[in-house]
Ligand binder design. Structure first.
Ligand code: SAM
Length: 245
């Protein structure tokens, strides 16, 4: 944990927050702090700063925080991800939050197993803590907003147009695509939408529907990577393209 993430629900009063569970254990066992010890904190969706440990009880730690008013900018990248198998999703959520994604749209495509839509991990109480782990790793307070879309066509035809901005650069990752991610240029602040397919890949029909909406098929090379590897590699390459702008 490079930052201890605070939630509004942890607030006791004013600058005082109570920490329980894994975060309290981290402060005591990993940072090895006692009363008076200082460490880095950030309020979910808000500023970062320093906390002082003021009280240790059996139930919780009480900390007093000084948070900066300035809030980091959200990364202007939205990830549209065909719902992966639960094991992959569990690994991927912290990585997505750590790499920086503004909106995460989990959608069903033809090769998504319908059973994946029923998994508990698609419920906020279960996916949020995994996103928070990624934020604490990457020292960020900006969590991706998550939406789940149970049907491909309504998602593409009805929801996508309202998510796209006039200047959005939209890409669909596809190993067989002619255009290469490596050849793209991207402005640091440009809004990007990136669609990633399921383990079995997109159907040609799905690639066509996304292309009609302005998504350019792009490849990182002919090797089809596992979904969790592909997402991390693609987000890292987009970040690199932004940095080179
Ligand atoms: N046999 C499938 C195919 O060729 O599409 C493999 C699918 S891959 C396991 C899952 C998803 O990860 C793909 O739909 C694509 O979005 C992304 N992906 C994996 N490797 C990629 C690559 N080399 N270039 C671009 N996207 C890739």
């Amino acid at each position: 944990m490079n930052l201890v993430l605070l939630l509004e629900s942890d607030r006791v009063a004013g600058p005082r927050f109570a920490l329980e569970g894994a975060r309290a254990k981290h402060v005591l066992d990993v940072l090895r702090l006692g009363v008076g010890g200082r460490f880095r904190v950030g309020l979910l969706g808000g500023g970062q700063g320093e906390a002082v440990l003021v009280e240790i009880s059996e139930r919780a730690l009480v900390i007093e925080c000084q948070l900066e008013e300035e809030v980091e900018a959200r990364v202007p990248t939205d990830l549209l991800l065909a719902i992966p198998r639960p094991k992959s999703l569990k690994k991927l959520l912290p990585e997505v939050a750590a790499l920086g994604v503004d909106q995460l749209h989990l959608f069903r495509s033809w090769r998504v197993d319908p059973a994946y839509l029923e998994v508990k991990l698609l419920e906020r109480e279960l996916y949020e803590p995994l996103l928070h782990l990624g934020l604490m790793q990457a020292r960020s307070t900006q969590s991706p907003a998550v939406e789940v879309h149970p049907l491909f066509r309504p998602f593409v035809e009805d929801r996508l147009p309202s998510l796209m901005r006039p200047t959005t650069r939209a890409f669909v990752a596809h190993p067989a695509a002619e255009a290469r991610v490596a050849d793209l240029t991207l402005g640091a602040e440009e809004h990007v939408m990136l669609a990633v397919g399921p383990e079995g890949g997109f159907l040609p029909y799905e690639i066509d529907r996304l292309s009609e909406r302005g998504f350019l098929p792009v490849s990182m090379g002919a090797r089809p990577l596992r979904v969790e590897t592909a997402c991390v590699a693609l987000l890292a390459q987009i970040s690199l393209l932004r940095q080179r702008a």
